[in-house]
Ligand binder design. Structure first.
Ligand SMILES: Nc1nc2c(c(=O)[nH]1)N=C([C@H](O)[C@@H](O)CO)CN2
Length: 126
């Protein structure tokens, strides 16, 4: 009987300083972003080998997300979230990505504002 892995490698509360926002004053500063990401993947090879080269490396994921946020300088969180999801699905062996991108300092009266999205890898022909 076949069974679909539903393992997850996650990152919670990744803090990135980046240019983000729609207003002119926001384009002249950096603001903190808090990013959570869950990558659905199969961890069985790494679980058996105990070797990071068999794992979906969360350190690499953090570095890639940080670099992308700083490079994109998005206006909208929606645009940035979509770029992050596309990068993760292209670069890492995962079937599904759920991520949120929050601005903890944008709205004084709110603890954070942001977006959450879920995206899937394209089905392979095989
Ligand atoms: N749905 C969104 N709404 C707003 C965004 C956004 O990225 N997505 N951004 C802003 C401003 O940049 C705001 O953060 C400045 O306080 C407003 N609304």
């Amino acid at each position: 009987m076949f069974h679909t892995p539903s393992d997850v490698v996650f990152v919670k509360g990744l803090k990135v300083e980046a240019v983000i926002g729609v207003y002119a004053w926001e384009r002249a500063i950096t603001q903190p972003l808090l990013i959570d990401v869950a990558l659905e993947t199969d961890i069985s090879a790494a679980a058996v080998s105990d070797d990071v080269s068999d794992a979906l490396n969360y350190k690499a994921v953090c570095d890639d997300i940080s670099s992308l946020c700083q490079e994109v300088q998005a206006q909208l969180l929606e645009h940035l979230a979509e770029k992050i999801a596309a990068m993760l699905l292209t670069k890492y062996a995962c079937q599904k990505v759920t991520l949120s991108v929050a601005k903890p300092t944008a709205i004084t009266e709110a603890a954070a504002v942001g977006v959450q999205i879920t995206r899937y890898a394209k089905a392979s022909d095989a």
